[in-house]
Write a protein that binds this ligand. Structure first.
Ligand code: SAH
Length: 342
């Protein structure tokens, strides 16, 4: 797909079609700067090239099928339809420092985390880099504003196909496109250790977020099947290596489940595990999904948990719950939508 290609790759295609190399630059600008994927609207291309591209290289753009706007905080949640009719979801969050978009990396997910709606129907397929970009472009077009931050924290495990995720980052980062700096991009993983090590070698300036959610292997196995594959020690060792290699601070996501992983003892264990690491903990009140009975910890318990970490020298923030009125947690909107189609 041409929308997944960098300039060098586009030049090769243009030459193979008997066109001049400079058409590559024009195409890249249409796709990634002007966010136009319909060849017929590309006014500086000759008619015969537009026709050739339309038949040989369809761009398969995504379509907004539903949109919800939170009356509380302006968060927008989108359901998109892909060219093969699969449904994915993305979220726009408005902050003082700019617009942040949370995108999906896969249709569904096979990681099986017990508290997560995205994984209920399993993995359908990977997204292409173009389908990841299109989520950002469509939302930017919809609100008619620039997007300044990207979090790859929607449905899917973005490190499973590291090649796809890094291609997306290369394209969204391009100064001939949206020019979103790597420091404004966060990639969240449930902890695929070999992929974390592979990513470390790339020495990117992105923020890596790790879904930890427990302090012992036994507890983690109860909620995250990936813990059967890699121990917390292996995961944290990979994180330390990542920090050494990139100099970047890691974010640990920790979703608090009432009575399970939110006690004073667990908070102390967590601070022991993370002591001395260049990191930051993001506490997330668990969002209840209907297939599970997990309950969110009370506000007081969350505050206590945060204070214990703070008093032991661990940087911590509590994630603001945005879009409470529009099902804004990972995979919930898509899950509810697909249920109504059955
Ligand atoms: N697969 C990646 C990214 C997607 S999930 C990962 O596991 O990190 C983004 C974050 O939301 C993860 O930390 C995930 O564990 C968390 N999450 C998923 N469902 C949730 C829920 N119902 N309540 C709170 N956090 C949830």
């Amino acid at each position: 797909m041409l929308t997944c290609m960098n300039n060098t790759e586009l030049e090769k295609i243009m030459l193979s079609l008997g066109e001049s190399k400079f058409r590559a630059k024009q195409l890249f600008e249409w796709f990634h700067q002007k966010k136009i994927w319909d060849y017929n609207q590309m006014t500086n291309l000759p008619k015969n090239l537009k026709d050739k591209l339309t038949t040989q290289y369809p761009t398969n753009n995504i379509k907004i099928v539903e949109k919800y706007i939170s009356a509380i905080d302006g968060t927008r949640k989108y359901l998109f339809e892909l060219s093969d009719y699969h449904i994915i979801e993305s979220v726009l969050m408005k902050y003082k420092h700019g617009n942040s978009v949370c995108i999906s990396s896969q249709v569904g997910c096979r990681m099986g985390c017990k508290f997560c709606a995205s994984t209920i129907g399993g993995l359908k397929r990977n997204l292409t880099p173009a389908e990841m970009l299109a989520q950002v472009y469509k939302i930017s077009e919809d609100i008619n504003e620039k997007i300044s931050n990207i979090v790859i924290m929607g449905t899917g495990e973005p490190l499973e196909r590291l090649d796809i995720t890094t291609k997306f980052i290369e394209l969204i980062n391009s100064d001939k496109g949206q020019n979103i700096g790597q420091r404004h991009i966060t990639v969240s993983t449930c902890g695929l250790v070999p992929k974390i090590l592979e990513l470390a070698e790339k020495e990117m300036q992105i923020t890596l977020a790790i879904s930890l959610h427990a302090t012992t292997d036994e507890d983690r196995k109860n909620i995250m099947p990936i813990a059967n594959k890699y121990t917390i020690k292996q995961l944290l060792d990979a994180c330390k290596l990542y920090i050494n290699k990139t100099g970047r601070r890691i974010t640990f996501e920790y979703s608090l489940i009432d009575g399970q992983n939110d006690t004073v003892d667990v908070a102390k264990q967590l601070s022991n595990l993370l002591k001395g690491m260049l990191c930051h903990v993001n506490l997330i009140p668990i969002n209840k999904i209907e297939t599970q009975s997990f309950k969110s910890s009370s506000e007081d318990k969350i505050k206590d948990f945060a204070n214990i970490l703070k008093s032991r020298g661990i940087e911590v923030t509590v994630r603001r719950t945005l879009g409470q009125d529009i099902n804004a947690s990972c995979g919930q909107l898509r899950y509810n939508y697909l249920k109504t189609c059955l």
